[in-house]
Design a protein around this ligand. Structure first.
Ligand code: AMP
Length: 286
């Protein structure tokens, strides 16, 4: 695997991979890799001849009082993991390369980016959309893979790619990958490292509470009542606050007040210890 941190070198390396019509699948990350990320890489191999991954802790997607400085960084260990998974190129740009002096452009996906995590973290999804657009332009992959763990992010990236015509010829396909969980049900996240042993055990209560809420909603219970019960259940599991616990249309992210079997997603963000955790699950009648 080549680890590259200059754009000119990246362009040459990707051109070399694409020789004779070979395809490239791209897995963008912020590092501190876990099985969730590695699952994206394994899926990427199924779609394309070569896999390019990136590690970039994007300052523009962190708010002023968020965990940018504390966010775990361990490039050497991450590079070894990606190498073992057969990644051809690791793109690891510096902040100065990504946002040189005078950088002024921002991408904002309105509507989808304003609710849920967008409301709780102003500017977050502008930062995500901006960096992902830049990464697509830098790598020019045929496919890009993102985790359903970040459902709202995936919806926003799909919309941006469509709106800005990024889907052809740069990124032919944006592929969502199901959330990878610990045996306890806790969704894997780089931020789980902020949890103590006790908090980690308590955090598993989040997915259990979400499954109960989904069973109730699918069984015909009132949506608002089920979400209020979910809120209380998350707090009694040991979380200190709930940013939101919403039932939304899976594609448009519009709030659902009455569930009639439409394609829906239960989306939650809640705080425990030093971590703000997010999770989401599908709700359907099947
Ligand atoms: P991050 O490094 O947190 O920005 O995540 C990089 C990519 O990995 C994003 O597309 C995430 O949605 C995805 N990802 C993170 N955690 C998981 C997980 N538990 N299961 C599946 N994908 C994940």
């Amino acid at each position: 695997m080549q680890t590259i941190n200059r754009l000119e070198d990246l362009r040459k390396a990707v051109d070399a991979l694409k020789i004779r019509g070979k395809t490239v699948a791209f897995v963008p990350t912020m590092g501190a890799l876990h099985e969730g990320h590695l699952t994206l890489v394994r899926q990427a191999h199924r779609h394309a001849d070569h896999v390019v991954a990136s590690i970039f802790v994007n300052p523009r997607q962190f708010g002023p009082n968020e965990d940018l400085d504390a966010y775990p960084r361990r490039l050497a260990a991450d590079a070894a993991l990606l190498d073992a998974e057969g990644v051809a190129v690791l793109w690891a740009p510096t902040v100065d390369q990504m946002y040189p002096e005078g950088y002024a452009t921002n991408i904002s996906v309105s509507g989808l980016g304003d609710v849920a995590c967008g409301a709780a973290r102003p500017g977050h999804f502008d930062g995500v959309a901006t960096v992902v657009c830049k990464l697509f332009n830098q790598v020019r992959p045929d496919y890009a893979l993102f985790g359903e763990k970040d459902w709202q992010q995936l919806a926003i990236i799909r919309r941006m790619a469509r709106d800005l015509d990024l889907t052809q010829p740069q990124v032919a396909n944006i592929i969502g990958v199901e959330t990878v969980r610990e045996a306890s049900g806790l969704a894997m996240s780089s931020r789980n490292q902020y949890l103590t042993g006790e908090e980690r055990a308590q955090a598993a209560g989040l997915s259990a509470a979400m499954r109960r809420a989904i069973a109730a909603i699918q069984g015909g219970a009132d949506v608002a009542q089920s979400l209020a019960t979910l809120n209380a259940d998350i707090l009694s599991a040991g979380f200190t606050s709930v940013d939101y616990a919403d039932l939304r249309d899976a594609a448009t992210l519009e709030a659902i007040e009455t569930f009639t079997g439409q394609s829906a997603r239960l989306l939650v963000a809640a705080r425990i210890g030093a971590a703000r955790l997010i999770d989401n699950m599908g709700v359907g009648l099947k």
